[in-house]
Design a protein around this ligand. Structure first.
Ligand SMILES: Nc1ncnc2c1ncn2[C@@H]1O[C@H](COP(=O)(O)OP(=O)(O)OP(=O)(O)O)[C@@H](O)[C@H]1O
Ligand SMILES: [Mg+2]
Length: 157
């Protein structure tokens, strides 16, 4: 597990970007946190780290946006879904077990259909511009990713 503090949207974006640079095909990142905590800011960083060019809009209403980077980037926001059943109907397995990187905002709402192996990332407001970000790996692949993230954070971003 890795707990870190972000003091600005920029810092959150840089953390995402570091993770995006380390990410590979099949990776699943599950973000949880209240409205407006910075999930989309983090996702934009991941996209940048994956080499996605152009604007990364919030998938609030589209549910899923697909981008092309070094590998495909599937950016989901499941807040407006009716729960895990609808997530299943959306064909989420094809994203999770495909060759791209999948990031899910509000992942805790569809916990039942998330893959067992994944990286959980929870963001909590800790002041106006401060956010506590906790990375919890589920499975060996993600433990290694979190070790890499620790090195990045220790090096002072
Ligand atoms: N340290 C920080 N990290 C990220 N965002 C921050 C931070 N401090 C302030 N903010 C602000 O918080 C807001 C986060 O918005 P964002 O859309 O990323 O949230 P979200 O978690 O995706 O919300 P939603 O649940 O609606 O999808 C932005 O306006 C951003 O500028
Ligand atoms: Mg969002």
């Amino acid at each position: 597990m890795l707990t870190c503090m972000s003091r600005s949207p920029d810092e959150t974006c840089r953390l995402g970007e570091a993770l995006g640079r380390m990410a590979g095909p099949g990776d699943v990142f599950c973000l949880s946190g209240d409205l407006g905590t910075g999930k989309t800011v983090f996702a934009r960083g991941v996209a940048a780290g994956l080499g996605v060019a152009g604007r990364v809009a919030s998938p609030t209403f589209t549910l899923i946006n697909e981008h092309q980077g070094r590998v495909p980037f599937y950016h989901m926001d499941v807040y407006r879904l009716g729960g895990p059943g609808e997530m299943h109907d959306l064909g989420c397995e094809e994203y999770f077990y495909g060759g791209g990187v999948t990031l899910v905002e509000w992942a805790d709402l569809v916990d039942e259909v998330l893959p067992g192996e994944r990286l959980d990332i929870s963001i909590t407001r800790a002041g106006d511009q401060c956010r506590q970000i906790v990375f919890t790996p589920r499975g060996e692949r993600y433990r290694r990713l979190v070790e890499e993230m620790k090195k990045f954070v220790r090096a002072g971003n």
